[in-house]
Ligand binder design. Structure first.
Ligand SMILES: [Zn+2]
Length: 99
């Protein structure tokens, strides 16, 4: 599952299915209405960096939730897509039951 031997992947994070899946729940930081996975703007400021970071976290073995948490920590709640917001509300509800 882990593409350790493929250095090509470093330069093309979207070839990694996990990166695409998690990126789809994160908003692109350039202010466009796309997600990290779907932004295809020329001169988009930051999506390449965001994808590289996603790949790094995926390769570290973090779960989808942990990766999203890292993004929110660094970029703030603005990165959360609507889909993710609903998802998080559900998670927080589940967590509040555990407290
Ligand atoms: Zn963008």
């Amino acid at each position: 599952m882990r593409p350790w031997r493929s250095s090509l992947v470093l330069f093309a994070p979207l070839t990694n299915a996990d990166v695409r899946r998690v990126g789809e729940t994160l908003r692109c930081m350039c202010g466009c209405s796309y997600t990290v996975t779907s932004c295809n703007m020329l001169n988009c400021s930051g999506v390449e960096q965001a994808r590289a970071m996603l790949l790094e976290l995926v390769r570290k073995g973090l779960s989808d939730d942990e990766i999203r948490a890292e993004f929110v920590k660094i970029h703030g709640p603005v990165v959360e897509s609507e889909k993710l917001k609903r998802y998080r509300e559900q998670i927080e509800e589940d967590f509040s039951k555990l407290d």
